[in-house]
Design a protein around this ligand. Structure first.
Ligand SMILES: [Zn+2]
Length: 87
């Protein structure tokens, strides 16, 4: 079976945080707009399918043996300045 890469993204909206430089893309399944950061786009590769969290759950439920990839170094670098710690 062909392996597919999905990039799971949050839906775009005025109250939703996005990394500066993110662009809006339609979810491949429901066409809702989602934010995709530059590093995320690179992580998913040219054949990566952009899906929203809800549609990702639906797709995952059908996968037999899904593999998860953590954040790449580029993605971590992107979000690091925006992570707040409580102390
Ligand atoms: Zn969707």
């Amino acid at each position: 079976m062909m392996e597919s890469t999905y990039l799971v993204c949050v839906k775009a909206g005025p109250d939703v945080f996005r990394v500066p430089g993110s662009t809006e893309h339609p979810c491949a399944d429901c066409t809702s707009p989602v934010w995709v950061s530059k590093a995320s786009r690179e992580a998913a590769g040219p054949d990566g399918t952009v899906v929203c969290i809800g549609c990702a759950e639906t797709r995952l439920a059908k996968e037999k043996d899904p593999e998860f990839q953590g954040l790449t170094e580029g993605q971590i670098r992107e979000i690091l300045p925006y992570i707040r710690t409580e102390n």
